[in-house]
Design a protein around this ligand. Structure first.
Ligand SMILES: Nc1ncnc2c1ncn2[C@@H]1O[C@H](COP(=O)(O)OP(=O)(O)OP(=O)(O)O)[C@@H](O)[C@H]1O
Length: 252
C-alpha cells in the first residue's frame, strides 16, 4: 500500500455561517485501515467525510493525504453515497467506466465481476434493484483502485439482508485491495462488523475512538459482538435514552 492511503486530520474546525459543526477534530487513519464514524443525526459525520474528500474546505486545521496537505479535491479518494448517484442515461458498464481511458471496458468488466454483476453490464440502472445499484456504485468507486474509499451511509437505504450481503462484499474487496476506508454509518452493528476502529462524534467533537478486537471474518454471534455493539450504542444515544427505549419495549 502506498503512503497516499494515510489520512491525517489535524485540529480541524468547520462552521456553516456562524454555526460550528466540527471542532478540534484529530483523526489519523493508517494505510489500509478501516474506520467507521458513528453519531447521532446532525452531529457532523457527513461533513467530516466531505472534508476528507476535499468537497468542502475546513475553517481551520489541516488534512494530510500521505504527507501532503490536501488542497482541493482528494484525488487519492473516491466517495460512495447512499443514493449511488448513477447516471440513468448510461448503461451499467458505462457508469462504472466513467472518466476512465485506455482499457477502461476491461477494467470496468473485471470490477463488475468482483461485485457479482458480470451479467448485468449492458443494462440500464433503472432495471436494477437498490442493492444491485449500490454494487454498481461500489464498482465505480473502486474501478480505478483508489488508495482511500469514503463511504457516506452507502447501505442506508437497503433492507437488512441486502445490507449484510453488501457489508460482506465491502469487507471482501477491502481485504483484497487494502484501500483505506472511512465509513459513515447510523448502524452501530455495521460499524462493529466492518471497522478496525469505531469513532463516535457527538456535537461536533470526537468523544470516543474504540478499537474493535474481534477477529475477521466477524460473526455477529461472536461472544464480544453484542457486548461491544451495545456499549457503543449506549454511548451514541446516551445512557438515559437507552433506558427510555427499553421502557417502551424497544431494542436492546
Ligand atoms: N451545506 C451546509 N450548509 C449549512 N449547514 C449545513 C450544511 N451541511 C451540513 N450542515 C449542517 O451541519 C450539521 C451537520 O451535518 P452533517 O450532514 O454533517 O450531519 P450528519 O451527522 O452526517 O447527519 P445525518 O446522520 O443526519 O446525515 C447539521 O446541523 C447540518 O444542518
Amino acid at each position: 500500500m502506498t503512503k497516499s492511503g494515510q489520512l491525517a486530520i489535524r485540529h480541524l474546525e468547520k462552521s456553516y455561517g456562524d454555526k460550528p459543526v466540527l471542532e478540534g477534530i484529530n483523526l489519523e487513519l493508517n494505510s489500509g485501515e478501516f474506520v467507521a464514524i458513528v453519531g447521532k443525526s446532525g452531529c457532523g459525520k457527513s461533513t467530516l467525510l466531505k472534508l476528507a474528500g476535499g468537497l468542502e474546505k475546513p475553517g481551520s486545521g489541516e488534512i494530510l493525504v500521505g504527507s501532503k496537505p490536501l488542497k482541493g479535491l482528494n484525488t487519492s479518494a473516491r466517495i460512495m453515497f447512499q443514493d449511488g448517484r448513477l447516471f440513468p442515461w448510461k448503461k451499467v458498464i458505462d457508469n462504472v467506466g466513467i472518466g476512465l481511458k485506455g482499457n477502461w471496458r476491461e477494467l470496468a468488466s473485471e470490477t463488475l465481476k468482483q461485485v457479482g454483476l458480470a451479467d448485468r453490464s449492458e443494462e440500464w440502472p433503472s432495471v436494477l434493484s437498490g442493492g444491485q445499484r449500490q454494487r454498481v456504485a461500489l464498482a465505480r468507486a473502486l474501478v480505478n483502485e483508489p488508495d482511500i474509499l469514503l463511504l457516506d451511509e452507502p447501505l442506508g437505504a437497503l433492507d437488512a439482508l441486502t445490507r449484510i450481503e453488501m457489508q460482506r462484499l465491502i469487507e471482501k474487496l477491502w481485504k483484497e485491495r487494502r484501500f483505506t476506508a472511512l465509513l459513515v454509518t447510523h448502524d452501530v452493528d455495521e460499524a462493529v462488523a466492518l471497522a478496525d476502529r469505531v469513532v463516535l462524534i457527538d456535537n461536533g467533537k470526537i468523544v470516543m475512538d474504540k478499537v474493535i478486537p474481534i477477529p475477521r471474518p466477524r460473526q455477529r454471534d461472536h461472544a464480544k459482538f453484542a457486548a461491544l455493539s451495545g456499549e457503543i450504542l449506549r454511548k451514541v444515544m446516551g445512557e438515559e435514552s437507552i433506558h427510555s427505549i427499553k421502557a417502551l419495549g424497544g431494542e436492546r
